[in-house]
Design a binder for this molecule. Sequence first.
Ligand SMILES: [Zn+2]
Ligand SMILES: [Zn+2]
Length: 281
Amino acid sequence: MFRIGAHVSISGGVQQAVEREREVGGNCGQIFVGSPRGWAVSEVDEDEAAAFVEGSTDRDVGPWIVHGTYLVNLATPKDDLAAKSIDAVQAELEAAAALDIPYYVFHPGSHTGAGEETGIENVGERLSQLEIPDGVTLLLENTAGKGTTVGTNFADLDRMVAVSEHDYDDLGVCLDTCHLYAAGYDFTTETGMDDMIAELEETVGVENVQYLHLNDSKHPLGSEKDEHEHLGEGEIGAAGLRRFINHEALRDNPMVVETPEDGEKGYAWNVERARELREDD
Ligand SMILES: [Zn+2]
Ligand SMILES: [Zn+2]
């Protein structure tokens, strides 16, 4: 079954996310478990967690994914920032486990001048310091490549996993269409798509891609700019997204939109758009 949803808020209690997801037409979804631009991770209330798990089962919403705070930077050369980041990721992983959420995704970070290779090794070494709870897979998200961010290509993500003491049982990859396109992967053409999948097979392995972020891009191919657009209204366009959503190597993954929310065009509009682009199973 096509699993498509949106990033939804947990305000008023995490159990509220289930109904919010249904309201936008989603049957899987993504949440933050703390402030997206702060370090605080909310304490998971047991009753709310139970209501969330029960509601998700009753309303057939899942699999869920927790998105890590944007402040996390495991690539950094600064020890204090690294320590804070490791603590935040650990707390978020535990929140995911407490909510029976099988996936957690975060952006690997920026090397801020230390060099790309050092940044990649930093991520790998710091991943080793995490205790990944049973039942949770930690996903590395590919990045658009702005500034000194690491993780713009599959080989680099694969290196992070190789450096770490964890393997692909505990780790995986989440691909974001906007970031892929901004980083120069042109999957909008048949050859471009084939090349991208071949590169994926030679590095991470398609089986280790476990979740997808579906976003159009405001900026052109290779721009390295991370700005999401409504599905079909950006530089990737409807045909390019259709190719991605339906590709046999990717189509079985759950997908969430992280598109802008303005007026008429919110998450419901984009989830509906994704369903229109989906070809029958
Ligand atoms: Zn994303
Ligand atoms: Zn993005």
